[in-house]
Design a protein around this ligand. Structure first.
Ligand code: ABN
Length: 177
């Protein structure tokens, strides 16, 4: 590494002989002022930061793993989206209920009302994840047709309740064009 030391020693000596202390200080000063003025206006990539902020503000009304998802306005049960299924299909190994509870939910994305069928998925033990109880439009249990705290697997070969889906089955009258 001697060549390295010799190289920098000779460079340093030459600089000391040719550059005055004042001019060296002037150059360093210019460099500092220049970077202070220039750095804040450089086009930094802020996309990642914005995407992060947008992700944090995710609208739960459009997230079908959240109780606030718009289709779940009248749900009572464990969300199949948290149990290996989707918002309209049962998890593998379970069977969709033959009878169901139907509600009307407002879709904030298009301003229309939709008829939602809350079928239970049957034939496996209770999922236990993402319990939601929105119950919009529900009435007490003494009027069974308007009560939704019911195991809709009652008409299936296995009555075991696993989770609930929320399939769109129609559009509300007021939502029609
Ligand atoms: N419809 C969901 C459910 C299942 C069992 C008991 C109550 C509610």
């Amino acid at each position: 590494m001697k060549w390295f030391d010799d190289f920098f020693e000779s460079k340093a000596r030459r600089a000391a002989q040719t550059i005055s202390r004042r001019s060296a200080l002037t150059r360093i000063g210019k460099l500092l002022v220049g970077s202070a003025l220039l750095l804040p206006v450089l086009p930094f990539d802020r996309v990642g930061k914005e995407a992060l902020a947008a992700g944090k503000k995710k609208d739960k009304r459009n997230d079908d793993t959240e109780c606030e998802y718009w289709r779940y306005c009248a749900v009572d049960g464990f969300l199949c989206t948290c149990c290996g299924g989707t918002n309209s299909s049962c998890p593998p190994g379970t069977e969709v209920s033959k009878v169901t509870w139907v509600g009307t939910c407002h879709n904030p994305n298009d301003g229309k009302d939709y008829l939602i069928s809350y079928n239970d998925c049957c034939g496996a033990t209770t999922c236990g994840r993402c319990l939601c109880n929105s119950n919009e439009g529900e009435r007490p249990g003494y009027r069974m047709g308007v009560h939704n705290d019911i195991n809709w697997c009652m008409a299936n070969s296995s009555n075991m309740y696993h989770c609930t889906v929320a399939a769109v089955v129609g559009i509300g009258e007021s939502g029609k064009d």
